[in-house]
Design a protein around this ligand. Structure first.
Ligand SMILES: C[C@](O)(CO)[C@H](O)COP(=O)(O)OP(=O)(O)OC[C@H]1O[C@@H](n2ccc(N)nc2=O)[C@H](O)[C@@H]1O
Ligand SMILES: Nc1ncnc2c1ncn2[C@@H]1O[C@H](COP(=O)(O)OP(=O)(O)OP(=O)(O)O)[C@@H](O)[C@H]1O
Length: 297
């Protein structure tokens, strides 16, 4: 028997970052939006735990027990006192190390898939606790839609969204390590007072109304200067998207994927075409959001 789970990527429409905490994490006001780029995770009963991956970026995905999908199976099996003997196949469409929570999506998908395959009867709250243990972005991959993440980003408040937003994503030729970007944030912040992170009221209103111009005026990412400092060529991609008529442009999460907000689906295709022609990125994709979180298909 197999279970397949579809899990979306995310873009952070606001990422407000506080000072480094004693545990090394940073408090965040993290406004997540799930967008229509998906990984599909299929779990099948097997002789032993095994991970396979297919897709353009598959070569960069670890297939050992460090894979977040494998870790999800191991944590759930441990909790329910059973063997984690499952074959996890990841059909990967979310860019790897792109700041779009690809690994987190696989963790949430494998967790939901194994839970269904094994019939553990775990509550939604229990699954969310395991997600938070796996990584700060993993609970959102399970929940999807739009949500405000506080704490290190794992404590979620779901948000109402009054419409669909159209995005263009420009993927870079290499990845960025999330811890390295947070470290660069700390280095750039040295000697400065870092205020506590707060979600923007105007941005939450823009989401609730489905007002794309108001959203464009309020998106922000405190990690952007750090990502640009480690990857200066991203400035060319940002400029190319702006020149092509994007309403807003920002680094997605810890980068290096750049997210461009478009007025509608047609405008998104136009911006995507101009970005492809610009030669400033590896691949370009369009996607709309919000979309649902991890779903058994
Ligand atoms: C940049 C974002 O993607 C925005 O959504 C997330 O904050 C990162 O979430 P993630 O990849 O699930 O990150 P985790 O696996 O929890 O943490 C990886 C590393 O990122 C840094 N990290 C992450 C989250 C956070 N609130 N503060 C941090 O400083 C820490 O160095 C941590 O060791
Ligand atoms: N299932 C997985 N898919 C992709 N990468 C994984 C997976 N499990 C572990 N990894 C490791 O995690 C690293 C980060 O990959 P990922 O694609 O999750 O980055 P990301 O999208 O930038 O994450 P985030 O946006 O949550 O910070 C990879 O370089 C890889 O070594």
């Amino acid at each position: 028997m197999s279970v397949t789970v579809r899990v979306p990527a995310k873009v952070n429409v606001q990422l407000a970052v506080g000072a480094a905490r004693p545990d090394g994490y940073h408090d965040l006001a993290n406004v997540f939006l799930a967008v229509g780029l998906h990984d599909e995770i299929t779990v099948t009963a097997a002789e032993e735990l095994r991970v396979t991956c297919a897709g353009p970026d598959a070569g960069q995905v670890p297939l050992d027990r460090t894979n977040l999908a494998a870790r999800a199976a191991l944590v759930l099996a441990e909790r329910y006192g059973r063997a984690p003997d499952v074959h996890i196949h990841i059909a990967k469409d979310i860019p790897v190390a792109g700041g779009m929570a690809g690994g987190s999506a696989d963790g949430a998908g494998a967790l939901l898939g194994c839970d269904a395959l094994w019939g553990t009867g775990a509550s939604r709250g229990e699954l969310l606790d395991i997600c938070a243990e796996l990584g700060s972005d993993v609970p959102f991959s399970l929940v999807g839609g739009a949500a405000l993440g506080t704490g290190r980003g794992e404590r979620l408040t779901e948000l109402e969204v009054g419409g669909s937003f159209h995005w263009v994503f420009a993927m870079a030729a290499r990845g960025l390590s999330t811890p390295a970007v947070f470290r660069e944030f700390d280095r750039l912040a040295k000697g400065r007072e870092i205020p506590g992170p707060v979600a923007s009221r105007d941005l939450l209103d823009a989401l609730a109304k489905g007002d794309v111009d108001a959203l464009a005026a309020t998106v922000s990412n405190d990690l952007q200067p750090a990502a640009l400092s480690l990857f200066p060529e991203l400035a060319d991609t940002l400029a190319a998207g702006r020149a092509a008529g994007a309403l807003a442009s920002l680094v997605s999460g810890s980068g290096p994927t750049i997210a461009f907000l478009a007025g509608d689906a047609e405008a998104a295709e136009g911006i995507a075409g101009a970005l492809r022609a610009s030669g400033t990125c590896r691949t370009v994709r369009t996607a709309a959001g919000p979309v649902p979180g991890a779903t058994v298909v």
